[in-house]
Design a protein around this ligand. Structure first.
Ligand code: SAH
Length: 394
């Protein structure tokens, strides 16, 4: 196994179990490991400190284990995936009567940096974000079938857009196991078509489940605008709660089709719902004042990287300002940011200044984050990405 030697003192973050080794911390590499290969990381004093996937880039090693006696073999994958499943059973998401949609593996949060696995009914959708997870995909798939023990019939691999382009890995999307086409999954008793072939991410935004459920408590009798609806998740929960009317908006025509399909699957021929393919800013500009009394704003990540931060913050401010201007008095605003580069305080400050600009009295009812099946490792606080506020607007 190739060895990576750190510069003196650069092991401190590893002693606190942080799972990333930046290229700047490395003194030298013995030999020339291929991208994705398992390497052993040693301190300047030649002591073992970690073992992980090697990659050329700013994060040079993603740590899989800090234990010298733990090999990265079939048993390793079995153990890690079994623990991940135990956690989802403990949360009450796996083996649950009215829910078969959950995230089984959330990268660093499950001590598996670079790997995401979402479960939709009998299909697991696996996504590699590192060269190492891509190279190990068949071993992982085998362990997944073993650990899931009859719970899944298919594994779909979807990494064409998530792997580093430079690494020449040429990943192809496709089934690693099974090949079933039944793509209807259940989330808290509601049914959704999951488009893992062409959809965004693994086909669905599993991370909004608990926030959708919270919306269900507020939507009864209300006139709801679900902005950036994608698959219509928030819309379907609003319908179930007895909303008076639900409008879903997304700039993508495909998303609008999917939303209509999902509403029809749960509430066929229900005249309360209409979906519009439109740009969010245009729609908000043109809509009537005081028409909606519940608005959801769940935009895509405005800032994927730190450089885009300033524009992203302005984007959140402009978007929220429009909602504050037009929401009916006594209205409820669910507003989110999923940009990793934007922290909780920055998001909050920008929503505050949007509110202040309109002069309305605004109370925070709930502060939201990602659900328990998207856990954050206590040693890797960067893993917290989803932020949301539920606001009462007088
Ligand atoms: N709320 C959704 C997830 C939203 S993902 C859920 O619960 O599943 C973000 C969505 O915003 C995508 O579907 C994308 O097509 C849409 N989008 C991106 N830019 C937009 C814009 N300017 N106006 C409207 N929709 C936009």
């Amino acid at each position: 196994m190739f060895k990576v030697y750190l510069k003196p003192g650069k092991e401190d973050s590893l002693k606190r179990f942080h799972p990333w080794i930046f290229s700047g911390a490395i003194a030298r590499v013995d030999g020339q490991p291929d991208e994705g290969e398992i390497v052993e990381v040693r301190t300047a004093r030649d002591e073992f400190i970690a073992r992980g996937h090697y990659q050329i880039g700013s994060i040079a090693v993603r740590v899989l284990t800090f234990r010298q006696d733990e090999a990265i073999d079939e048993e390793f994958w079995n153990r890690r995936l079994a623990t991940a499943l135990d956690v989802r059973i403990a949360i009450g998401l796996a083996d649950c009567k009215d829910n078969d949609t959950y995230r089984l593996v959330h990268g660093e949060g499950d001590n598996l940096p670079g790997l995401v696995i979402d479960v939709y009914g009998h299909t697991a959708v696996m996504q590699a974000h590192s060269a190492g997870m891509h190279l190990d995909r068949m071993t992982i798939a085998k362990a997944l079938v073993h650990v899931m023990d009859g719970r899944i019939d298919n594994i779909y691999y979807k990494s064409e857009t998530t792997l580093p382009f430079k690494a020449d890995l040429y990943p192809e999307n496709g089934f690693l196991f099974g090949g079933g086409t039944d793509n209807v999954a259940t989330e808290r008793g509601l049914r959704f078509h999951i488009d893992w072939l062409k959809g965004q991410k693994t086909g669905f935004f599993v991370d909004q489940r608990e926030n959708r459920a919270l919306l269900e408590r507020y939507a009864t009798g209300r006139t709801v605008l679900n902005m950036f609806c994608y698959t219509g998740g928030f819309s379907v929960y609003a319908m179930r709660s007895g909303a008076r009317l639900v409008h879903s908006v997304d700039s993508s025509a495909k998303a609008i089709d999917l939303t209509n399909k999902n509403v029809a699957l749960n509430f066929p021929d229900d005249a309360r719902h209409t979906a519009y393919a439109d740009d969010a800013f245009k729609f908000l500009d043109h809509m009537d004042t005081d028409f909606y009394d519940l608005i959801v704003l769940d935009p895509p990540a405005f800032a994927k990287h730190r450089d885009a931060l300033h524009n992203a913050l302005q984007g959140y401010r402009r978007l929220n300002a429009k909602a504050f201007e037009k929401i009916r008095p006594g209205g409820i605003l669910f507003t989110f940011s999923c940009s990793q580069a934007v922290n909780k305080d920055q998001f909050r400050t920008n929503v505050f200044s949007a509110a202040a600009g309109t002069g309305r009295s605004v109370r925070i009812l709930h502060q939201l984050t990602q659900p328990a099946d998207h856990p954050v490792s206590i040693y890797h606080p960067e893993g917290e990405y989803l932020k949301g506020l539920v606001l009462y607007v007088e």
